[in-house]
Design a protein around this ligand. Sequence first.
Ligand code: SF4
Length: 402
Amino acid sequence: MESSAAEPAGIYVHWPFCARKCPYCDFFTFGREHPDFAKSSGFANALLAEIQNTSVVFGAIGASGCGQGARPKAVPEADTLYLGGGTPSLMEPDQIAAVMQSLGEAFALSPEAEITMEVNPTAADIERLQGAITAGVNRVSLGCQSFDDRFLTLLGRDHDAAMGRRAVEKVRALGFENVSLDIMFGLPGQTPADFERDLSTLLEFEPEHISAYGLTLHSGTPFKRWEADGRILMPGDEPTARMYETLMDRLGEAGYAHYEISNWARPGLASRHNSKYWSKCDVYAFGPSAHGVVGGRRYSKPRDLDGFLNLAATRPDRLVEVEQPPGEERTRLAEVMMLALRRVPGVEWSELDRWSGRSIREFYDNEVGRLCEGGMIEADEKAIRLTRRGLLVADRVMEEFF
Ligand code: SF4
C-alpha cells in the first residue's frame, strides 16, 4: 500500500498516565490509583531516549520519509505533532520542553506545524498549560465528554461540568485559538433530549473543532462487565442513531463541516494530524501502544510499560512491531475502504486505486451496486462516499467490504 508521497509526516506521542482511569476506557494508560503510575518520571526519560533514537527505531521498519519506496531521510519532515494518551497535560513543563526539543532535533518540524495536546479538565493548570505554549503547543483537545453532571458521574470522570467549563475558559484566556472539544453520546440512560441539551451547552463555547464519540463497550473494561450484570443499561440503536442525527443537524446549522465520521470543524480547521491517518500519510509514533505508518508499513509499539522502559534506551529497534499486511486480498482492500470512507466528503476512486494497487471499483462492483441501491452510499465515475443514512450505520456498511 502506498502512502501520500507529497505530504510531510505527522508525529504522535503517547503519554500513558491519567489522573484516574475511567471505567469505559481501554486505552493503554494508568491512573494514579495504579502502582505503575509512579513510573511516570522514568517514563519521560525513556520517551526522550526513544525520540533521540528515531533513526534506529524507524530504521527497523526499513524506511523513513513519506511515501513507499522513498529514500530514507536522516531527518524526516513533519508538520503535525499530537501529544495524546492518557493525559499528556499531566506532563511537567520541563518534560514537555525536553520532548519538544528532542523532536525538534529528530525531525524537520515545520514552523507552521499544528501541535496539539490533549488536556483533561482536571489536568489543566495554568503553569503546565503555559509551559506547553512556551514549548510550541498551539492547539488543545479538551476531554470534556459531557456538561451534564449526571453523565460525568456515571462515566466515572474525575471532573464535573463546572470544571469542564472552567477548563474551556482557561485555555481561551491563555490565548489558544484552536480548541477542540470532545463530547460523548449513547451513554447509559441518556435520551436524545438529554444529548441535545448537552450539545447546546458545548456550542456555547464556540469551539473550532468538535469530536463526538458514541460510547463503545470494550471487553475487559468495568463498563463491559457492568452492562453484562445489568448495572448499566445502554440506550439502544435507535435513540443512539437519533443522537448522531442531532449532531449532524445541529453542527451543520452552526457552520461546522462534517469532515470525518466522528469529527466536525470550522472551515479550514479540520485536524491536520488526524487527516494524515485517513490519507495514509506517514505517522511516526512514540510511546507504548502507539500506532503509526511509515513508508506504507503499519506498525505498533507494545502495550507493555516495563518493556518500553527497558528497551527505549538499550534496544529501541525492538520497540517496533511491524504489522503484516492481511494475507487475504479481500481483507486488505476492505481495510482500505474502511479507512477511506471515514472521510465524509468521500474519496476518489483514483486515490483508492493508488492505495490498493488495483482497480478497487471493479473489485467491489457488486457490493457498491447493492449499497447504492440501499441508499447507504453514493458513487459515480469519480468518487464514493457514505450517505447520511450510511453514516448512521457506518460499521455495518464497512462490513460489506470484508
Ligand atoms: S482520561 Fe481519557 S485516556 Fe484517561 S482513562 Fe479517562 S478516557 Fe482514558
